[in-house]
Design a protein around this ligand. Structure first.
Ligand code: AMP
Ligand code: GLY
Length: 440
């Protein structure tokens, strides 16, 4: 049996762990909160400790004879967990520190795309003071601007003109706020269109795509409110989106392939692990919104449960740099709805009890994944981040949405979710939006 260590404590790690166990792995978990799903899947073979304390992780992995580790979240990746573990001869699924900067620094990412002439790039400029900001805003036009803090923000620091910033003054004030926190930031060209997520498996050379997913970043229904880590996501039974063509996917995958080569040329390091591309289809073609050095959360829940290929074999393909191209997924639609603590993302209510009617939820057919919650004395409580992912899988989007909504109703607590994720009405709105953009 293969001994696998999963690092991380969220719903993404829960679903990764499920795929590993279903593919025959003997699971161990290292996490900063006691995720109930990971506790159960590892049968209690776990350690609750900081996910960036590499010394502890290495000593835990060595004691358990771990064959390889899968790193779920970005935080340990961007500070070099893979370099540390591999030095101790523990193979990893995840990129080394230099390659992980594709997510760790948006300025690094944009400069790389610029230097290697990658077509999906947009105009942008990095700053660490106000010097030159006004000139850049005047040159670009303030209404065409998105402000992004440079480092990791859990998807919450991005502010878009017209949504979160309504004037030149708002932009300057937000830049000042970031400077006061010691943050460098990016002023980036604002794109208009429909977003999609393309998650891939990379073995240092090959980049293999998985079904497309659309996430919902805004906190409230109708795509209102602040940006979040993602409030829910869906995928279609044909693995496409009604507003994204096969040619669009080829363009995006082609660019991801170029990025993997560019990382190797620029840093000398091969990109190995998961590479997540978030793109937007605009009237000027496919544009890159962000790269992540890991699977998406919630998007991992839309793809891994559909895998037909053995996931442990895929991991070995990544480690041994010989991924096979024929990775298969079931032709089902999926809808994942996130339950988040009331007040998330601005002032989330933490340490609140969550009650799950397990028998009832199982009878709906919905799957559920524990996110940033912790188990104490057999009960599950909220932290300050998203709490539970509820997944419906079926042969149509409508049925998958119905299953996930029914599942959500079996979970109670001071939580909220977006009822509109995966609904026919929202999908139609996206299709109409795309049509109007392309016809302009
Ligand atoms: P990010 O954390 O970079 O994915 O940004 C969060 C959200 O902000 C994205 O999902 C988009 O909805 C929006 N966003 C980010 N960059 C841009 C951009 N260049 N143009 C328009 N919207 C953007
Ligand atoms: N759902 C967006 C992310 O994982 O970054």
């Amino acid at each position: 049996m293969v001994n696998v260590l999963i690092i991380g404590h969220g719903a993404r790690e829960h679903v990764i762990a499920e795929a590993l166990v279903e593919s025959g792995a003997n699971l161990w978990a290292f996490m900063s909160f006691k995720n109930a799903g990971l506790e159960d899947l590892s049968q209690g073979k776990m350690k609750i400790h900081s996910e960036t304390d590499f010394k502890e992780i290495i000593s835990f992995a060595k004691q358990q004879n771990i064959d390889f580790a899968v790193i779920g979240p970005e935080a340990p990746l961007v500070v070099g967990i893979v370099d540390a573990l591999e030095k101790s001869e523990i193979p990893c699924i995840g990129p080394k520190i230099e390659a992980a900067q594709i997510e760790g620094s948006k300025i690094f990412m944009r400069n790389l795309l610029d230097k290697y002439n990658i077509k999906s790039n947009v105009q942008s400029k990095g700053f660490d003071s106000l010097k030159g900001v006004e000139d850049y805003l005047n040159q670009m036009g303030e209404e065409n601007i998105v402000v992004k803090p440079d480092g990791l923000t859990g998807g919450k620091g991005v502010k878009v003109y017209g949504d979160h910033l309504l004037s030149m003054n708002d932009i300057i004030n937000y830049c000042k706020e970031l400077i006061a926190k010691g943050n460098s930031f990016l002023l980036e060209e604002k794109c208009e269109g429909e977003e999609f997520t393309l998650q891939t498996f990379c073995d240092g050379k090959k980049v293999i795509g998985t079904p497309l997913v659309q996430d919902h970043k805004r906190a409230y229904e109708g795509d209102e409110g602040p940006n979040t880590g993602g409030m829910g996501s869906y995928s279609m039974e044909d693995h496409l989106m009604p507003f994204i063509t096969k040619a669009d996917i080829e363009t995006s995958l082609n660019d991801m392939q170029k990025v993997v080569s560019a990382i190797k040329t620029e840093t000398g390091v091969k990109y190995k692990g998961f590479l997540y591309g978030q793109f937007m289809k605009t009237r000027n073609g496919i544009k890159l919104i962000e790269y992540n050095a890991r699977l998406g959360d919630p998007e991992a829940m839309n793809i891994l449960p559909l895998l037909k290929t053995n996931f442990v074999d895929i991991c070995y393909g990544i480690i041994e740099e010989n991924l096979k191209l024929d990775i298969d997924f079931m032709n089902y639609a999926t809808v994942c709805k996130y339950l988040a603590p009331e007040g998330y993302p601005v002032s989330p209510l933490k340490d609140q009890l969550i009650e799950i009617d397990k028998n009832r939820i199982e009878s709906t057919g919905a799957k559920y994944y524990y996110a940033s919650v912790y188990r104490k004395d057999g009960q599950v409580y909220t932290t300050t981040s998203r709490a539970m992912g509820v997944l419906g899988i079926s042969d149509t989007l409508e049925k998958a949405e119905d299953i996930s909504e029914k599942g959500v109703k079996c979970i109670s607590g001071k939580l909220f979710h977006r009822k509109d994720v995966g609904t026919e009405k929202l999908l139609q709105k996206r299709i109409n939006h795309m049509k109007s953009i392309l016809n302009q």
